[in-house]
Design a protein around this ligand. Sequence first.
Ligand code: FAD
Length: 507
Amino acid sequence: MAASARASITPLTRKLAASPAALCPARGFCGGRRGLGATPGVADAATKHYDAVVVGLGAFGSAALYHLAKSGLKVLGIERHSPVGHGLGSSHGASRIIRMAYFEGLQYGPLLKRSLQLFLDLQEEVAARGSQQGAGGQHEQLFTRTGMLDVGSVFERSLESARVHHLQHEVLTGAELNKRFPAYRVPEHWQALLQPDGGVLAPERIVQAHVRLAQVLGADVAVGEAVTHWQVEGDGSPGAGVTLRLAPAGGGGGGAERQVAAAAVVMTPGPWIGQLVPELADLCVPERQVVGWFQIEPSARPHFSPERFPVFVIEESPGGAAYYGFPEHGDLPGFKIGLYRHLREQLRGPGAVDGVRRSADAADEAALRAGAAAYFPAAGSGALLHASACYFTNTPDGHFLVDRHPRHPQVILCSACSGHGFKMSSGIGQLMARMVLDGPPGGSSSRSSSSSSSSSSSSSSSSSSSSISSSGAAAGGAGGSWAELLPFRFDPEGRPGHREALARFLR
Ligand SMILES: Cc1cc2nc3c(=O)[nH]c(=O)nc-3n(C[C@H](O)[C@H](O)[C@H](O)COP(=O)(O)OP(=O)(O)OC[C@H]3O[C@@H](n4cnc5c(N)ncnc54)[C@H](O)[C@@H]3O)c2cc1C
């Protein structure tokens, strides 16, 4: 996919760059909820300037903020909900699966390895800081290794991924799996891939750790304030600065509206991306998800402990129902299970995301219980102890979108969810920081401005506007290149819905 993507995007982005109408009006806002807020304006003396601003501190924004701060840039992270690591977005709760063999696509392999390593590094850093601060060496667990089972029709694709990426793995029949892990009861003739490098990530703790460490490294963080508008200054060229309007939001930001400016913006508002970048509203579509915790028969609880229960994906048939689940873990008792894409309730139109129904009803419970009853007999008839609703943000092909804004390459857009993004948030955060440091093609690097904190707007007047470039792919060197993100860029020829989305950027 990557090779054809690179070739195919060129004509459209050239067209974008060549069209004066494609550029933002000099002082017109390019995103946000039009009509809200006060009169638009460009950065003035009262405006605080940054090298980079990160909009939305969920999984991806928090990771990007941390890596930007670590690079020595002057950065601001903005989060409208309080506290950081809240339960109202997509990165809530205590558990997300991480696994290395990836049936979703071979292109994820390097990013997965990088991300796991970064999570392990983060855990060490948190531990080290904890002991430095006299916490007796105790630290919050960010990753619990349980192993991972890919069962049923995902088996073949997972096996291919394990082989291509030289991952440790074992192949089990359903009968062998049931014997080895007694909480499970899958059809005996099915096949399963067991990978040791799988387990449970703690999302809220990870988001909080990234933000806390970014602050230690000097990042500013604005919690309880929402970005309502943003605009590229001057002629809108790749080197122009970006101004963002902030308004107090629920959670106590207090104060009045204010404005900040930055040389680069990382846009990571999760399911709200369509509000800040309306051109993406039909490409990145939020969907309501529910996960549930079922009571386990008391005598079987040891079988559901993290030591004896690998996390899993069980897909019944290609494209059919796919369940995922966790051992009993964290503060909430019970066996946690989800049905991938749940009831497919899309949240389109104004107010749909914020108006999501957060309580679970009988249809939600029935969908989850079907999986528990089919494959986990000791939990399938237990009471539903707890349920929680949140969002996937799906692209039509289920792959991520991480790229530069087609008209404003100093703005990086990230919609990396489609229900499976958390495990790669550390790697994508680091790579987006790399994109900021490299600067837009034809613009100047943000790194150059890091030493001067008073103004970070660069003055390049290059008019080229493009998505991730092949030269950018080569930049960065070991551990820093963002070539791993190339499969996730805009691709009007190869990815459904991208042509239409790119056309919307042209209007
Ligand atoms: C039920 C469920 C199960 C999942 N399971 C897995 C799994 O097992 N493994 C896995 O890898 N992935 C999983 N995922 C996917 C993963 O959780 C998401 O990919 C990831 O959390 C998305 O993070 P995000 O940063 O894009 O969005 P969010 O976490 O929603 O963060 C966006 C943030 O932006 C803020 N924001 C929005 N608008 C503004 C604004 N205007 N101004 C300021 N701030 C703003 C929001 O308040 C929010 O905090 C799951 C997702 C769900 C919902």
